[in-house]
Design a protein around this ligand. Structure first.
Ligand code: PLP
Length: 397
């Protein structure tokens, strides 16, 4: 007899973490934690206390008492717990898109004399659009990789574009559609062997896949915090710059928060020697506090334990989808996928709408994909079983 979802939940060492989230919706299954993670209870309390005591009570004094240091302090916490990054290389700021814009310019700037930016056609829209925008502003050329969606960017595919003109390569660690997990250390080495630098987009891996940026000698990285870090809609993103590039990394939105002395209000601009040079303007304090709570929850569970459950949850979903004969476009080898499973269906839009009507939230990606995002701290096996059952039913109509 197949193992029941209740038995799987009973044996799950992370099952108690589900109670750390606010779950008072009327859903049968929330399978979209890869687009917007659930709200941690600790965040709800922290933000209420912040509004009441810090904002309400300290007013402007809050900046000098603690807020001014938050972008770097929480960046360090996130870097240590999620990215394998030593302190002083990560900041919390702005959105992923804005950070990507800054880091693309910084990355191109550390490879003067080279004029190509490499990116794949399967990459997330904002990454592709910003690469085109930065290339055009700097008089550079975009070299497009055209990988298969599921195999995605392999060392062989990347090798076709690398050369002495390669300045920057932009890659997403986990493909947002297929869920394919790229070989971050191997591809980073290949870019370095060609003399370029790499910018990794970690939006779909931060908090759910172990990442070792320092060990892999990654140059630059960005990622968001509202997916697997559960920091809420529009929560600020992170930016990582390897210490060895810091002195040369110049970004184009060099506002007062990136200056050497924020409160000197100096006539002339001098860029901060630290990772603060990647900041631009006044950050969202409430947003950063939500990031801190999300990071602490992940650190408490441990990214390795989260990854183990992610592999098991995605394997379970694949087993159920296979049994129903649905087409899966996510790698079957656990080591080659992130934490979502994607189904291809000719009527995906209608199927996804039917699922939502029945209390199961997946997400639909044009033109024919349905993603099931499994967020190990809050998604139960029972939720996966119930969600897939509804998907199978809707797909059979
Ligand atoms: C979600 C996501 C983004 C989002 O960028 P925003 O600036 O937060 O809108 C960027 N890149 C990838 C790969 C994503 O998955």
């Amino acid at each position: 007899m197949p193992v029941s979802p209740a038995d799987l939940d009973g044996a799950d060492r992370l099952s108690a973490f589900r109670d750390r989230f606010v779950i008072d919706d009327d859903l049968v299954a929330y399978l979209d934690g890869n687009s917007l993670g659930r709200l941690p209870k600790a965040t709800q309390e922290r933000l209420a206390a912040f509004v009441r005591e810090e904002w309400g009570g300290r007013l402007i004094r809050g900046w000098s008492e603690s807020w001014v240091d938050l972008p770097v302090a929480v960046g360090d916490e996130l870097g240590a717990a999620l990215l394998g990054a030593a302190s002083g290389q990560t900041v919390i700021a702005d959105s992923t898109s804005v950070n990507l814009y800054k880091l693309l310019h910084a990355a191109a700037g550390v490879r003067p004399g080279r004029d190509e930016i490499v990116i794949d056609v399967t990459n997330f829209p904002t990454d592709r659009y910003l690469v085109e925008s930065v290339a055009s502003a700097r008089g550079m050329t975009v070299r497009w990789l055209e990988p298969d969606l599921v195999e995605n960017v392999t060392p062989d595919v990347l090798a076709t574009a690398l050369g002495e003109r390669t300045a920057v390569v932009v890659l997403s660690h986990v493909d947002y559609r297929s869920g394919t997990l790229l070989d971050l250390p191997g591809l980073t080495d290949a870019v370095h062997a060609a003399g370029g630098v790499v910018v990794w987009d970690l939006c779909h891996s931060a908090g759910v896949v172990p990442i070792a940026l320092d060990a892999a000698a990654v140059d630059f990285a960005v990622g968001c915090t509202y997916k697997y870090v559960n920091a809420g809609p529009g929560a600020p993103a992170f930016a990582y710059v390897a210490a060895r590039h810091l002195a040369d990394a110049r970004q184009p939105i060099a506002g007062w928060w990136s200056a050497a002395d924020l409160f000197a209000m100096s006539d002339t601009y001098e860029t901060s020697p630290t990772i603060r040079r990647m900041l631009s303007g006044t950050p969202s304090v409430s947003g950063i506090l939500a990031v801190q709570e999300g990071v602490r929850l992940i650190a408490e569970a441990g990214v390795d334990a989260i990854r183990a459950k992610s592999e098991a949850l995605t394997a379970y979903a694949i087993e159920l989808l296979d049994a129903a004969g649905l087409e899966i476009v996510t790698p079957r080898e656990p080591g080659l996928r992130g934490s979502h499973v994607t189904v291809r269906h000719a009527e995906a839009r209608e199927v996804a709408a039917g699922m939502i009507e029945r209390g199961v939230v997946p997400d639909f990606r044009e033109p024919d994909l349905i993603r099931l995002g499994l967020s190990p701290l809050s998604t139960s096996y029972a939720e996966v079983a119930a969600g897939v059952a509804v998907l199978v039913d809707c797909a059979a109509r």
